[in-house]
Design a protein. Structure first.
Length: 207
């Protein structure tokens, strides 16, 4: 009941409130993106959703138009060649992720859940299969994100996603408390840019 009804109800209500309250910020960021690097404001990327069904995730564009489309930024040889000046700021404080509030509202994502894998991240998808994490709606933030983000290896990410999946599937207070821990645990890494592996930070993901 929690996963199918309560969690989805909270996603709809909170994302609707977020879209309204942040509308001024959306407009401001859109203008800044256009001034810095004329082109599309939003970036769409093919991702795996619940049950390994594809959907298109939305972000504010933080990279130049000639950047590789389906390669995680921390795996690029020199990310600084592709990230725009505005993009550096957006990524540092995860502001580029804000358009995903719309993806939550329409049901492709949840506020809390495993981060949606790229369509070509077969190793991560396979590891998540072992833990049942691919059966959940992907999230804006999640248990792995507050425990290391880009610094985690594929195996570590999948293990944290599996721990989250087990808590959610247990339902009741255990599921709700896990979502609360993920929600409030997100503020510190976002505000400090902790665990982000790109041109802003020297850390590298584990092999």
């Amino acid at each position: 009941m929690y996963q199918k009804i309560i969690k989805r109800f909270l996603d709809i209500v909170l994302s609707a409130i977020g879209l309204v309250l942040l509308s001024w910020l959306y407009l401001l960021l859109a203008i800044v993106i256009l001034i810095d690097d004329p082109g599309p404001i939003l970036f769409r990327q093919k991702r795996f959703g619940k049950g390994k069904r594809f959907f298109y995730l939305h972000k504010f564009r933080s990279m130049k138009r000639n950047a590789p489309h389906d390669v995680p930024t921390h795996l690029l040889e020199n990310p600084s060649l592709y990230i725009t000046r505005t993009g550096r700021f957006l990524r540092r404080f995860s502001l580029d992720e804000l358009p995903q509030i719309w993806d939550i509202f329409v049901g492709h994502m949840s506020i809390i859940g495993p981060r949606p894998a790229l369509w070509n991240q077969e190793d991560l998808i396979a590891e998540r299969d072992r833990f049942g994490a691919n059966d959940l709606r992907p999230g804006l933030t999640g248990w792995a994100q507050i425990n290391g983000r880009d610094e985690l290896s594929i195996e570590e990410k999948a293990r944290f996603d599996g721990e989250y999946a087990a808590a959610i599937q247990a339902g009741g207070w255990k599921a709700f408390s896990m979502d609360l821990r993920c929600f409030f645990g997100t503020f510190r890494p976002v505000c400090t840019a902790e665990g982000i592996a790109d041109s802003y930070t020297p850390s590298k993901p584990k092999k």
